[in-house]
Design a protein. Structure first.
Length: 151
């Protein structure tokens, strides 16, 4: 007798421009919230050493990369091919009497990103960031004696 066509009413309501604008706005807002949460998850993973999806995890069954550069003036170590993944942790020890210039290199999208670090004599540097290659250079004081352990 008296009936309401719910399906028809909902179809008309969803076809209205106001509802379409509201749904589009909600979709954009949800996408921004999702992106923000994903960025926070990545930040917390980096800060607390949790596994990160785009960085291969360390495999304790693989031996670390160890190299000793004695009286070196300009040495480039391509470590990633030796490990089968980017370096994610390790240390460099300058056991000599001269400063060493370390250049950490990461290859990203066909270009090299480089970061220099001046390591004083009789000092060590522990690293927990990832990179592909390491250059060891003298810092103007003469040849350097450096040992690298990378995993």
């Amino acid at each position: 007798m008296f009936g309401i066509d719910l399906k028809g009413e909902l179809t008309k309501l969803l076809a209205s421009p106001e509802v379409r604008r509201l749904l589009s706005w909600l979709e954009g807002k949800l996408n921004r919230i999702t992106d923000t949460l994903a960025a926070q998850e990545r930040m917390l993973a980096y800060d607390h050493g949790l596994p990160v999806r785009d960085v291969p995890p360390h495999d304790p069954r693989r031996l670390p990369f160890v190299h000793r550069a004695e009286q070196a003036t300009d040495v480039r170590l391509n470590i990633a091919p030796a490990l089968g993944k980017p370096v994610t942790r390790g240390h460099v020890i300058n056991y000599g009497t001269t400063k060493a210039l370390l250049v950490f290199i990461r290859t990203s999208k066909g270009r090299e990103e480089r970061v220099d670090y001046l390591l004083p004599s009789s000092a060590a540097l522990d690293f927990s960031w990832f990179f592909d290659a390491l250059e060891i250079k003298d810092a103007g004081e003469g040849p350097v004696d450096v040992q690298v352990l990378a995993q």
